[in-house]
Design a protein around this ligand. Structure first.
Ligand code: ZN
Length: 361
């Protein structure tokens, strides 16, 4: 981007529709990506918003079905409705608070496999209602992950959802090829020698041909990436696969550079050089979940290790010292939030989004 070109200015808060398209385009144009963080409660949402605001970066907040269920309450026996209402409740919190923190937030849902299609349809129902009332959808984008099904079925269902979502100003994230590793208890740890971990460029072309005229979509293409963090040597990233897919489409349809909006799943534990290569091939979103879970847990663990007695006794049996301020959940949960904020600060740096918020200040 030349200095003369002006950057778009967006209203702080959740971006949808045209604002979301600009949000994605600008990241690709300037060569940065936004971290996408899986949240499970107001603690993690507020920590993400605080980190983004402090770093003057925009950010992507997303809910897995498991995260949404946890947000609604893990103990409710009607898990199906809890994961719908949990996602709605989390989205409402993000809509309200993102404006308050003065940055732009894209609100996504994460992997929805075949059996979670009713979850997506229920959430789109909520977006339709909100769109009728206020002219905006509840979410910026949903993810459909039918990568385990035949590609024809994957794309046919993507088309159906995109036709529902486009009039509401929503985008769809799809997955071609599988992301290895384990997420929400799904997947395996046998990450090497699995050809499905590398998406074929011709599959990306097929998705582009079938979907691009129906609406805005992003693509999680696999280039050896895995969910989770494993010992070195268990993962072989080949981001040049992304370049081959982009080049194939650009040549055939004479599009602009990097026509696909790509998503990097399983970003935790990745080397900087692979991240940088992926960004140059049109990745605008990198999912990091595992590293942030660990950052939160480690800081909570530190707080507990500092005053272990406070997690056994309300009052010290020997000295009579009250431990209230240590076992007050705000103390150790805030510590956990600080862990997320610190680790996310590093992600904004590596992804190049620090200082790049599009929110008008
Ligand atoms: Zn993923």
């Amino acid at each position: 981007m030349t200095k003369m070109e002006s950057r778009p200015h967006l209203k702080p808060g959740v971006v949808t529709g045209e604002a979301y398209k600009l949000f994605v385009e600008q990241a690709k144009k300037e060569g940065y990506a936004l971290p996408a963080v899986n949240v499970i409660g107001t603690n993690s949402i507020n920590a993400v918003l605080e980190a983004a605001s402090k770093n003057k970066s925009d950010v992507i907040i997303q809910l897995s079905s498991g995260g949404a269920q946890f947000f609604g309450g893990k103990g409710h026996e009607d898990s199906e409705n809890t994961r719908i209402l949990g996602a709605v409740s989390a989205a409402q919190h993000v809509h309200l608070m993102a404006q308050h923190y003065g940055i732009c937030v894209a609100l996504h849902t994460d992997h929805a496999h075949k059996d979670l299609i009713p979850w997506l349809d229920a959430l789109i129902d909520y977006s339709e209602d909100l769109y009728k009332a206020e002219g905006v959808p509840l979410f910026s984008s949903h993810m459909l992950d039918l990568s385990a099904e035949p590609i024809e079925e994957n794309i046919a269902e993507s088309k159906r959802l995109l036709k529902r979502m486009t009039p509401l100003g929503m985008s769809l994230e799809i997955e071609l090829g599988i992301t290895g590793g384990e997420e929400d208890g799904v997947g395996s740890e046998d990450n090497l020698n699995n050809p499905s971990l590398y998406t074929q460029p011709k599959e990306c072309l097929y998705a582009y041909e079938e979907l691009s005229h129906l609406g805005h979509f992003s693509l999680a293409a696999s280039f050896g990436n895995v969910h989770g963090v494993y010992k070195p040597g268990n993962v072989q990233l080949r981001p040049e696969i992304l370049k081959s897919a982009q080049d194939l489409i650009q040549e055939k349809y004479n599009t602009s550079h990097n026509p696909l909006h790509l998503v990097f799943h399983g970003g935790s534990g990745s080397q900087d050089r692979h991240i940088k290569a992926a960004l140059s091939y049109g990745v605008f979103k990198m999912n990091i979940d595992t590293d942030l879970q660990f950052a939160f847990a480690k800081k909570v663990g530190d707080a507990i290790k500092e005053t272990p007695q406070a997690f056994i006794h309300q009052v010290d049996p020997e000295t009579g010292k009250p431990y209230k301020k240590f076992y007050d959940p705000r103390t150790f949960l805030r510590n956990g939030e600080k862990g997320i904020i610190e680790r996310l600060g590093e992600a904004f740096e590596i992804l190049g989004s620090k200082g790049k918020t599009l929110a008008c200040q």
